[in-house]
Design a protein around this ligand. Structure first.
Ligand SMILES: Cc1cc2nc3c(=O)[nH]c(=O)nc-3n(C[C@H](O)[C@H](O)[C@H](O)COP(=O)(O)O)c2cc1C
Length: 199
């Protein structure tokens, strides 16, 4: 038998190339065990991190706490539109109930580390950690998707997650189990976004 080519036989490469987000509507009620969530978070810890700032923050939201997040989303809606119809308010409240676990991922930056480690680099690090988390969840057989929307940037939501001026709420990662695989996606051709730069 021919020797396996490590460049084409890597399960990590497979997981990366075939990664796909799971639409929340396909998630069922089965709750991932906390040990699995902890493993996903451990995977996030190896994100590249200039200066070991550790700017990532994760807030795990399960069970009843999802209702409190929904209440916050409804408050944001009403702040922006005091006459929002009841159906819209109920929809906002129910948003976090679409997954058994949501992990809010934030970049809690340390501006005093700039200019050596600019704030943007710290945000990039936290975003990389969020992607590690998502890839780990999907590699473990869970469905996951990053969602934001206006809630992610609303003052009340930022305050609820302890964010200051230059901090960012990067995403709500919805995680759960699905009875079917994530819908496959057509991916762009990397060559369309790549050139050999020669100066
Ligand atoms: C920071 C960030 C925020 C996102 N917010 C939303 C969102 O609010 N709504 C949405 O439908 N998709 C959002 N997405 C995109 C989805 O997470 C997902 O990437 C998209 O559905 C495409 O699926 P794919 O990941 O399988 O390519 C966001 C992605 C990122 C990176």
């Amino acid at each position: 038998m021919a020797e396996a080519d490590p460049m084409t036989q890597s399960p990590v490469l497979d997981a990366l190339i075939n990664r796909a987000s799971m639409p929340p509507r396909l998630l069922n009620d089965k709750v991932p065990p906390r040990a699995d969530i902890d493993k996903m978070l451990a995977a996030a810890m190896s994100a590249p991190d200039h200066g070991a700032v550790h700017p990532w923050r994760f807030h795990v939201i399960e069970g009843e706490a999802r209702n409190r997040l929904g209440d916050l989303f409804a408050e944001v809606l009403l702040d922006n539109d005091p006459f929002a119809p009841t159906a819209a308010i109920e929809k906002a409240k129910a948003r976090p109930l679409r997954a058994p676990v949501i992990i809010t991922v934030c970049a809690k930056v340390d501006p005093s580390r700039a200019p050596k480690i600019p704030v943007v680099e710290q945000v990039v690090t936290a975003a990389a950690a969020m992607e590690h988390l998502v890839i780990a969840a999907q590699a473990m057989g869970y469905g996951a998707i990053i969602l934001t929307g206006p809630n992610a940037h609303a003052g009340k939501v930022r305050a609820a997650f302890g964010l200051d001026r230059e901090d960012e709420l990067l995403g709500f990662v919805y995680i759960g189990c699905a009875d079917e695989p994530a819908p496959p996606k057509e991916r762009p051709d990397a060559r369309d976004y790549t050139n050999d730069w020669t100066g």
